[in-house]
Design a protein around this ligand. Structure first.
Ligand code: T4K
Length: 371
């Protein structure tokens, strides 16, 4: 079939400020010749993000994956870490990069986040931490996870790559756990082209993170840890400052898309939308649907039908992380251990959602699903 649109409709498109507004920032960088290493824009963005997100400390990074790897180093995590198989592969990869064994635990069928009822059974004497993901920016059950972590003396590092600006019953979702990690990748609600951050709650942790992301340097002759180069450049930090000015409007536009999809799809038999965000503040990062057996087409047939009409949706998160070759031999990766995640991964399609999506495009995507 011929697409009704000249250009493909992508699952996401980056939100960008007018180019001319970025030029003065570039001019400043050219004038100062400070390109990286904790320059003025880097410092300003860290403070601006603390204010916007309502958190105590933000340490900027070159991307979310290096931030995850560094977060694990910050807390000296080793042994086994409990995590979800239903995420982007970087979550578990950050564990392998630290020589840590991921232990996969199934997800909750409603929230699609790590199921707190199943965490305790996976704890062994080697377990040192839990790494849950606020999948699609929907908050985990942070209270129950905290209780389990406290009972067993475990650390909690949230992969909050999707959760920029999200608030739950107790304020910013990023204030839960020991550390939270954000991604500012091009495909995220808030982007700096590439980028990421660790959110932490005290100055001592912030200092250790700052050392670790700068090779372990404290001053020009003192190295206190085998650090990495995880620093964000002045270019990305300057862009972030400008992006922050438009973030509320961008999230509002996402919300309008979310509302329009919900209305259009509410009566479609065999298609399940996740419940609308409850209390708190959502960022409308993704719009997943679950294509169930009573829908006339299989998930993959619907996905292909969309592709044929120029709608580039994505099956986030299929395959499960635990099905990739470096994980599938692990006992916790067995399908019998992860029945909910397995089923959801086979049913999910993330529909296009971004601030520039027109009503016509949303209606066209929904129209294909309605049939
Ligand atoms: N933890 C979680 C839970 C994550 O979801 C991620 C990243 C991370 C950790 C790691 O954070 P980073 O190290 O990335 O900061 C994308 C992203 O590459 C990845 O950042 C993201 N999660 C994941 C969920 O999605 P792909 O392979 O689907 O991206 P790609 O290039 O196919 O882009 C999707 C669509 O977006 C394209 O069809 C068109 C559009 N697009 C993409 C890019 C890169 C643009 O319009 N412009 C662009 O520049 O992984």
């Amino acid at each position: 079939m011929i697409s009704p649109f000249k250009d493909p409709v992508y699952v996401t498109r980056p939100f960008l400020p007018p180019l001319e507004e970025f030029i003065p920032y570039l001019q400043q960088i050219w004038n100062s010749k400070q390109l990286t290493n904790n320059g003025p824009f880097h410092q300003q963005l860290e403070q601006a993000l603390c204010d916007y997100l309502g958190v105590k400390h933000v340490a900027l990074f070159t991307n979310g994956t290096v931030a995850l790897i560094t977060a694990l180093q910050t807390l000296r995590i080793a042994g086994e870490v409990i995590t979800t198989p239903y995420s982007f592969v970087a979550t578990a990869h950050s564990l392998l990069w630290n020589g840590i064994k991921p232990v996969f635990v199934d997800i909750d069928p409603v929230t699609l986040n790590l199921d707190p009822d199943r965490i305790e059974a996976a704890i062994t004497p080697q377990t040192t931490a839990i790494m849950p993901v606020h999948c699609y920016g929907r908050p985990c059950d942070v209270d129950r996870i905290e209780k389990i972590a406290d009972n067993y003396g475990l650390k909690v590092i949230y992969d909050a790559a999707h959760a920029f600006g999200v608030k739950c019953h107790n304020g910013s979702v990023l204030n839960n756990g020991d550390l939270s990690v954000l991604s500012f990748h091009a495909t995220k609600v808030f982007n700096t082209f590439e980028g990421g951050a660790i959110v932490c709650h005290d100055a001592k942790a912030k200092q250790r993170i700052d050392h670790l992301k700068n090779f372990g340097f404290v001053d020009d002759v003192t190295v206190v840890a085998p650090g990495i180069n995880g620093k964000m450049s002045e270019f990305n930090a300057a862009l972030g400052l400008l992006q922050l000015k438009g973030i509320d409007a961008a999230i509002q536009k996402r919300q309008a898309v979310d509302t329009r999809y919900r209305k259009a799809l509410s009566a479609v038999k065999g298609v399940r939308c996740l419940p609308p965000p409850g209390e708190g503040v959502s960022n409308y990062a993704y719009f997943p649907i679950l294509v169930q057996p009573d829908y006339p087409l299989s998930r993959d047939a619907l996905y292909q039908k969309m592709l044929d009409q120029g709608i580039i949706a994505r099956r986030y998160f299929y395959p499960l992380i635990s099905d990739f070759p470096m994980y599938r031999g692990m006992p916790s990766a067995a399908h019998a251990n992860l029945p909910v995640a397995k089923q959801v991964a086979e049913q999910v399609i993330c529909l296009p959602i971004h601030p520039a999506l027109s009503n016509e495009q949303v209606d066209s995507v929904a129209g294909i699903i309605v049939g």
